[in-house]
Design a protein around this ligand. Structure first.
Ligand code: AMP
Length: 281
């Protein structure tokens, strides 16, 4: 496994693999790696000759009152996890390397970025699309792997890739969960033991709504009200949103009558947690 901090050397390593006829799979991350990230690296391993992982906490996707300064970082453990899960190339650039003085460009996807996390985190998706486009230029992989955990992000990236004709395949990977259902997240480590057990209510509420939909319930208002009530009954939480949206367009539904996602974001203790589940697939 080779670790790079500099752009040119990293680009050269990817191109070397491709010149020899190999396919490169890219897994962009912000580090503090967990089982969710490992599943992406393993998926990339299965579908590529060489796997590249990026570890970069991207400042432009954090709002002024968000947790950029406190975002967890453990490079040594991350490199060990990359090595153990089969990464060949790891890119760990500094902020100055990716955003040198005078940086002035932003990629903005409209429409899909307006609701859900986009509405609660202004500018967040501009930061995401801009950094992902940069990473795809620095590591011009054949395929890039993203988790369904960040479902809106996945759709936004797919749209950018399609709209800008970026020559990369976007591969979606399923959500990896802890034993009690909580979606793995780098931020979970900041939950106290009681907040941690409370947080399992998020997936529990999603799964019970999915079961109700499978049993024939369709009315979004009632389904959402029940999810909200279940979350609030488990302890103090601030719900940013609970919605049932079209799985492709993210448009809000009033009836669950097509492939959809139940999506939510809630703050428990110090953490803003997101989760989602597919329904009517
Ligand atoms: P992050 O480091 O949080 O920016 O995430 C990097 C990538 O890992 C993104 O594509 C995420 O969607 C994905 N990811 C994060 N958590 C999970 C999870 N629990 N299951 C699957 N993928 C995940």
């Amino acid at each position: 496994m080779k670790v790079f901090n500099e752009i040119e050397a990293c680009y050269g390593a990817v191109r070397d693999v491709q010149r020899r006829g190999g396919r490169v799979g890219l897994v962009p991350t912000m580090g503090a790696l967990h089982e969710g990230h490992v599943s992406l690296i393993e998926a990339a391993r299965r579908r590529s000759d060489s796997v590249a992982v990026t570890i970069f906490v991207n400042p432009t996707q954090f709002g002024p009152n968000e947790d950029f300064e406190k975002y967890p970082s453990d490079t040594e453990a991350d490199l060990a996890a990359c090595e153990a899960s089969g990464a060949d190339i790891v890119f760990t650039p500094s902020v100055e390397t990716l955003y040198p003085r005078g940086f002035e460009t932003t990629i903005h996807v409209s429409g899909l970025t307006e609701g859900l996390c986009g509405a609660h985190r202004p500018g967040h998706f501009d930061g995401v699309t801009t950094i992902v486009a940069k990473l795809l230029n620095i590591l011009p992989a054949d395929a890039a792997f993203f988790g369904e955990k960040d479902y809106q992000q996945l759709l936004v990236i797919r749209r950018m890739v399609r709209d800008l004709n970026l020559p990369v395949e976007i591969v979606a990977c399923p959500i990896v969960r802890e034993k009690d259902g909580l979606a793995c997240s780098s931020r979970n480590r900041y939950l106290s033991p009681s907040e941690r057990s409370q947080a399992a209510v998020l997936s529990r509420a999603l799964f019970s709504a999915r079961d109700r939909i499978a049993a024939g319930h369709k009315r979004v208002k009632e389904l959402v009200a029940r999810i909200r009530a279940e979350i609030l009954a488990a302890g103090p939480a601030k719900i940013d949103y609970v919605e049932i949206v079209d799985a492709e367009t993210l448009d809000s539904l009033t009836e669950v009558d097509r492939p959809a996602r139940i999506v939510l974001a809630a703050r428990i203790g110090p953490c803003r947690l997101i989760d989602n589940v597919a329904v009517k697939e």
